[in-house]
Each structure stands twice: as C-alpha cells, then as structure tokens.
Ligand binder design. Structure first.
Ligand code: NAP
Length: 277
C-alpha cells in the first residue's frame, strides 16, 4: 500500500481519521487471512512472488514445483519467516493424476482450497517450420493442459464451500502472438476462452475465474531470450523497463481478495504500456 506523503494530509484530526479509516479499509480488502491458496510453479519467478504476497496477506500456502525441490523449500522457509504456513508438493502440472494428488494433499493439510493460481509454465521457442511435434505438445500440455488438470483438482472443493477464485497467468504473447512462439501463444490465448467459459459456469457457485497477462518480466524465463532481442524489446516498452515478479503478484492477489470481488471472466493486462488494448 502506497501511503501519501505526510505533507499532503490535512492537519485537522477529522481528515486524519478519514485517512486512517481508508488505510484500514484498504488493508481489509486485501486481507486473505486463513484462506488457502495453491500456486503452481511457486519455486521461482512470478509464482514464488505470488506465494509470498498471499502469505504476507495471511493465506496458508500450498507450494508446488516440478524438479526444483530446494528452491520450493526456500520459498516455504521465507513464508515461515513471515509468520505464515506453507506445504511443498511436487507435481507435474501436465500430468492429470499428479494434479489430483496435489489437490488431495492440500485438503489433507488445510481442509479446503480457496484460491488456485495457475502459474507454472514453460516456453520452447522456435519458428513453426522448425518446431517438432514434441515442442508443440509439451508446451500445450504444460501451459494449457494444466488449467484443466488443476481445475479438476480444485473446483470440487471450492464448490463445497461456495467460494473460490482461480487466476491463470497468461501473457502479452497470448494477446499479440510472436515469431517463434506459436506453441506458447496458442496456450496463452487458449487460457482466455477457458477462463471465460469457466467463469460463466462457476459464477453460480461464487467462484470467480480470471487471467493476468504480463508483458516481459524479469525471471529465469526472460533469461532464455537472446540479449540483443531483449534490448530491442525494452526499447518498445513505454515505461522503459521490464516488469518485476512482485508487480504481477499484487495483481493476482487483488483478483483473489475482496477488492476484486466483482471481477470474473476478465483479464488484467500489465506490460508497462507495451501492448495498449
Ligand atoms: P520461471 O521463472 O521459469 O518459473 C517457472 C515455474 O514453473 C517454476 O516454479 C517451475 O518449477 C514451474 N514449472 C515448470 N514446469 C512445470 C510443471 N510441468 N509442473 C509444475 N511446475 C512447473 O517462469 P516465470 O517467468 O516466473 O513464469 C511464470 C508464468 O508466467 C508462466 O506461466 C509464464 O508463461 C508466465 N509469464 C512469464 C513472463 C515473463 O516474462 N517471465 C511473461 C508473461 C507470462 P521448477 O522450479 O521445479 O522447475
């Protein structure tokens, strides 16, 4: 929460009471105390920052990784350092049974699932002419198949409580397409159709479903892009910089919190002005 500088506040106590009430209201609206959040791919990057933001706001965390156990355990330790609670569950999001097991572990530990953040994702960038069937399928199964798998694992538990919020991390590439990313772009665009359909189906169960579409964000994934390409991309961003993972995390938290309670079937596009819709 960015607080206005003291000098801009009126010195009258009535005005400062109003200001204090506003701060309390803002803090309450972002409060997710005792909610349970599952964040896929929370060992690193955007997923890790989502997990930290949710924990900071009071949620109990179910962390997930596919191969990087140590990094996931470090995230859990950082959450415990904030006074929060977290379990770490290995699961491959492209594997249906693995996702069901992740959901069951969450229920066994915390008894409910309130939020699902579909964050885990990969890229296998290569132009279409050279793309193998494996490079196509792996990206489809990991980035898009996971939305089916994880929703199957979590939605029944959300319906039991007549409450839930699902946020999937799409991408600017899903909005614009990109050379060398037809597989990745297909998954990120596909998320919009899945999200809007699920939002319509699950509204009656008080479950909201949305996407966040970041532009280029400073994570390990960005490190896979050649340096000369990155410099050119940065020049195209009106704000003149790449995003930070915690900026994306705050948008995800907003969508899950009371502050986002009337938002469903929607998308938050955030990219420093790179793609103005
Ligand atoms: P990242 O730093 O490469 O981290 C990827 C995360 O996903 C890791 O935690 C990884 O776990 C996990 N993961 C990968 N495959 C998995 C699988 N099969 N099952 C379970 N977990 C898996 O990625 P990021 O940049 O933070 O990206 C996160 C999401 O944001 C992705 O969906 C990406 O497409 C999207 N996005 C990123 C950018 C960007 O510029 N960075 C922009 C727009 C959208 P391990 O640590 O175990 O490998």
């Amino acid at each position: 929460i960015r607080r206005p500088p003291r000098s801009t506040l009126s010195s009258s106590s009535a005005a400062s009471d109003v200001y204090k009430r506003q701060i309390i209201m803002i803090e309450m609206m972002y409060d997710v105390k005792d909610r349970v959040a599952v964040v896929t791919g929370s060992s690193r990057g955007i997923g890790k920052q989502c997990a930290l933001a949710f924990a900071e706001a009071g949620a109990k965390m179910v962390l997930n990784y596919v191969s990087n156990k140590e990094a996931a355990e470090i995230t859990a330790e950082e959450i415990e350092g904030l006074g929060g609670e977290a379990i770490v569950v290995q699961a491959d999001v492209k594997d249906f049974e693995s996702c069901l097991a992740l959901g069951e572990e969450a229920i066994a530990k915390f008894g409910k699932i309130d939020f699902l953040v579909n964050n885990a994702g990969i890229n296998r960038d290569i132009t279409f002419s050279r793309m193998s069937q494996e490079e196509w399928q792996e990206v489809i199964d990991t980035n898009l198949g996971a939305l089916f798998n994880m929703s199957k694992a979590c939605v029944p538990h959300m319906r039991d409580n007549n409450f839930g919020s699902i946020v999937s991390i799409s991408s600017i590439i899903g909005e614009t397409g990109n050379i060398g990313q037809s597989n990745y772009a297909a998954t990120k665009s596909g998320m919009y159709g899945f999200t809007k359909s699920l939002a319509r189906e699950l509204a009656k169960d008080n479950i909201r479903v949305n996407t966040v579409s970041p532009g280029f964000v400073e994570t390990d994934m960005l490190a896979t892009v050649p340096a000369d390409l990155l410099a050119g991309i940065k020049d195209e961003i009106p704000l003149g910089r790449f995003g930070y993972p915690d900026e994306v995390a705050l948008a995800v938290l907003y969508l899950c919190s009371t502050a986002g309670s009337w938002i469903t079937g929607s998308n938050i596009s955030m990219n420093g002005g790179h793609n103005m819709l």
